[in-house]
Design a protein around this ligand. Structure first.
Ligand SMILES: Cc1cc2nc3c(=O)[nH]c(=O)nc-3n(C[C@H](O)[C@H](O)[C@H](O)COP(=O)(O)OP(=O)(O)OC[C@H]3O[C@@H](n4cnc5c(N)ncnc54)[C@H](O)[C@@H]3O)c2cc1C
Length: 463
């Protein structure tokens, strides 16, 4: 089937206004927040599960590559159509179908923007916890595919801990439900398998999410350090004390500088690092916990701990943290965000290695990260048009991930493997591990047309 006929068949399914074929439109779907690029043959914007099912069975019969797309904010090339074909953009399937307070669930379509859902449920006194810093833009479908984390996932767990059930369109267009409103379901935990599968096993068309009561009290502190090691040591010391704050987020000096050039938060530009510490929960005992944390900060040479006086001050601290990736665009036009995780106690050692790598490849690196989870996000800043610099950046990124793995960590905390880290899977998986993943992919998609080329490296052919 040629592209013209394909577009015609898709128009019959989704309607003539919801199939995009112009060069300009297709170009707009050729990139995400990674450095990868590839142009799809056609983009379709379905409005229902039934339409998605018909689109999938068309792709299945014709063996056309197909992939889902939320807002294209993923950082590893997950939504890049490397083999062309159909991009299914879920922006019209953005309805919150039900907020069921007695059962503490929300049922949503995949194109719902994460923050829109959080805003709606908060009006009823509830929270949907996973809060990627991209929550103003990212979708629930994308969060599920990437098993996204966020600042509050230290205490509450990542997306997989908050998914109760999924409706999924399988390779031949069959629609299945896995899981549901009850907390324990018999059979294989298929919802668990789909979460984090980077859109390679099927297209999610509905999700039942877990809601929790909003905390009665929140205390947000900014701890200021002369050295990044002191900040990182504070993180391990707080957890070792048996306190699990809602968040422990760290930012180093280069990132604070970039933030202050865009959003005036009042970060101390003469300090090496800051730690945003947030406690939430019942008011009882909260002051004592805050006091204990301040003592731990002092034992780790903190210069000062500031307590946000009101919601406005708290919001400002978070605006700086959540706007940090965008802010580094002030320093250089492009950035590559590495996403390695290490055991918390190894943070100081690995942060020092990151600085060595920055010097070795002569590329500036800033750090803003989920310190409590040991989840580093070194942001390598550069100019994508400078091919020599790009080569050095890619080598630096590989070295950083290797440094994480060498201390017992791994190559992704939350951004997935996508296209960008296929090579680095060899740092953590042996060939048997990878072959088993290929078996799972084959069981769902024997023809390898659902988001092909992602997450699992191709077998190396013997010559
Ligand atoms: C500034 C910035 C900050 C970020 N902060 C965080 C953070 O704190 N934590 C974090 O975890 N990530 C973060 N990210 C990464 C990114 O936002 C997340 O990976 C997010 O979940 C992607 O959502 P999306 O809607 O943009 O999905 P997309 O990028 O469009 O897609 C991501 C993957 O999901 C698949 N997909 C999308 N919808 C479906 C569906 N319905 N069914 C099946 N597969 C589907 C796609 O094929 C692709 O593989 C950040 C990114 C940026 C740019």
């Amino acid at each position: 089937m040629d592209n013209k006929e394909l577009a015609e068949r898709l128009r019959e399914i989704a309607g003539k206004d919801y199939v995009l074929t112009s060069d300009m439109d297709r170009m707009l779907y050729s990139y995400d927040a990674s450095l990868e690029k590839a142009i799809p043959d056609v983009v379709v914007l379905p409005n229902s599960t039934e339409e998605v099912s018909k689109i999938m069975s068309l792709a299945y019969r014709e063996k056309i590559p197909i992939l889902g797309r939320g807002s294209g904010t993923n950082l590893t090339g997950g939504s890049i159509p490397v083999k062309g074909g159909i991009v299914v953009h879920f922006s019209r399937m953005n309805r919150i179908l039900e907020i069921d307070i007695p059962n503490r669930t929300a049922t949503v379509e995949p194109g719902v923007i994460t923050l829109d859902l959080q805003t709606e449920v908060l009006k009823k006194g509830f929270i949907y916890q996973p809060d990627p810093a991209s929550q103003k833009v990212s979708t629930i479908g994308g969060n599920i595919a990437e098993n996204s984390g966020g600042p509050h996932c230290l205490k509450y767990g990542v997306t997989s801990n908050h998914i109760l059930g999924l409706e999924v369109v399988l390779n031949d267009g069959t629609v299945i439900w896995t899981g549901g409103k009850s907390r324990d379901n018999p059979g294989y935990d298929l919802a668990g398998l789909f979460v984090g599968s980077e859109g390679t096993l099927g297209l999610v068309t509905k999700a039942i999410l877990k809601l929790e009561r909003a905390p009665e009290t929140i205390k947000t502190m900014l701890a200021i350090y002369e050295t990044i090691e002191d900040g990182a040591n504070t993180v391990s010391a707080i957890i070792a004390e048996g306190i699990v704050p809602a968040t422990l987020e760290m930012m180093d000096n280069p990132v604070m500088r970039a933030v202050e050039e865009t959003i005036k938060v009042g970060y101390p530009l003469d300090a090496a690092a800051v730690l945003i510490i947030e406690l939430d929960g019942m008011p009882e005992g909260m002051d004592e916990k805050a006091q204990k944390i301040m003592e731990i900060c002092k034992q780790n040479n903190v210069r000062e701990v500031k307590l946000a006086k009101d919601d406005a001050e708290r919001d400002l601290l978070w605006a700086g943290r959540k706007g940090a990736f965008g802010a580094v665009g002030q320093v250089r036009p492009s950035y590559l965000c590495c996403d390695g995780t290490v055991p918390r106690t190894k943070l100081p050692e690995v942060l020092n290695k990151v600085m060595d790598i920055s010097k070795k490849y002569d590329v500036p690196i800033g750090n803003v990260f989920h310190a409590g989870d040991g989840n580093l996000h070194p942001l390598i800043m550069f100019d994508e048009r400078n091919k020599d610099e790009l080569k050095r950046v890619l080598k630096a990124s590989t070295d950083i991930l290797k440094a994480c793995v060498d201390v017992g960590g791994t190559i992704s905390g939350e951004h997935g493997v996508g296209l960008e880290k296929l090579k680095e899977t060899s740092f953590i998986f042996c060939e048997n591990d990878i072959e088993f993943e290929r078996h799972i992919k084959k069981a769902f998609d024997p023809d390898d047309f659902i988001n092909p080329g992602k997450m699992i490296p191709e077998p190396v052919c013997e010559q």
